[in-house]
Design a protein around this ligand. Sequence first.
Ligand code: CP
Length: 535
Amino acid sequence: METAATGRKKEKGPFKGRSVSVVGDLSLDEQYYLYQKSRELKETLRTGGDTSAFCVDDPLMAIYILFLEDSTRTRESFINAARFHRTKLNIFDADSSSFSKNESYRDTFNMLCGYSPYSVFVMRTKLEGVCRWLDTSVAEFAARHGIEKPAFINSGDGKHEHPTQEFLDEFTFLEHLGWKRGKIRIALIGDLFHGRTIHSKPDGLCIFQEVSVDLVAPEELAMPSYYIEKMEGNGFRVRHFSSIEEYLSQDDVADIWYFTRLQLERMGEKILQKEHQLRQAVTFEKSFLEKYRLPDDTRFYHPLPRNKEYPTIPSFLDETPLNGWESQSINGYYTRTVLLSMLGGATGLDFQGASPEIPSANDDFIEEVTPVEKVKPDYKVGIKPIETGIVIDHIEKGEDEGTIWDHIDRTRKILALNRMSSHGVYRGENDGRFKGIISVPGFLGFGPREMEKLAAVSPECTLNVVKEWKVVRKFRLHMPWRIENFGQTSCKNVDCISHPSHHEYTKPIFHRMLGHVFKCHYCDRLHNFKEIWDL
Ligand code: CP
């Protein structure tokens, strides 16, 4: 539908304004929809059919291509995809922009989003989590100015993720497997530590029901444990091999081989000294073809680029049936054209599946319990009874004395109780286990926000409110599911957009995973709950 005034198409598919920072920003149903539509587009183009239904065709909408790190395939396939859509196409030159005058990401993108009624930003950055940050901060700017919320597409952020590469990879694997989603057997080979295309795999491979992953990398290039645990948590079978030769020396070999290059630019000096040896372990040698038998229909894939001097997939393989990486790379055009079509509103009106789940609310961490009736609660294990005030009990119960002392110190500093409390480490009367106690006489100004903070700093402690020598209210504090906006927290990943050294004034947000482990909202880095706090 068009309006006479602007000539703009007015369709608003369900994906308009959605950002893709990580693979999981599209649900599995949505990912599969993207693959099916890409298949349709590819076939229509091959047969010379009418592709107009995919085309956004909005001369006022802007697609910004903004690469702050080098690229050939991702950048050029997106530029070609954007041209398909007949929108404004802006190729942002970061080198001559006001980034050189220390302008923030937020100010830059606010301004860019102000020049069009709707914008989609395709961006690659060295910093991690940038799209997720901009998705909320620029949305606030857009709302203030009556502009449609823009969409952001992460085209690779540091070592974090590369979701659009993942989409084209999975599309390619589906083609390889004849569009059967039952089972996939894949070997991931090369630099599994730094490769962001690899880090998107634990989510992307979930498009298949039964997943078997063989990790082939020397120890120095091994996949970080977070992603291995994620794959195991998703029910994948995961095996480890230190070289291709070791992998081929056993019988159970995958028919999909996914190579990644050694990311020398991200490696430290110590690992670089072993470059040759590491590369050798993950390079396919000619002799392997004679010595070992690969499963029927084996294909090698690679997100590319290949190193022209030391390719891990050597060029003698180009002319063999093992070459899957060329068609894989071309598939980037179809999947990215469809993604832009979805975010541009042209594709999606026929989507009928589920959208991503929204995490449940954070409301169960303060539990009020009935205080034991005691006249003059004595805390006879050491703390003097108080007439009025608060007593924080059971701090780090069961830990050793040193740990508890450290934690008392941390709790007092973070809650600004350090000038007015008595405190100590004591043995519990009933079970003999050590615990910390902080008593703050005369202090009753402890509201819900302080309780939330205390729960996040000292989970499983109790908070006793004492009046006229009696505990009048007692709370057991459990770890919250989200830690947000306390002003004394920060992500400890120096490459995260929210790290204080980048001065983007990003609001630190952490999501609780298993136990007391938290994930940064922006870059997914895991933190022990104590690590989050700045002292
Ligand atoms: N696969 C990939 O991201 O390639 P480029 O770095 O050339 O974009």
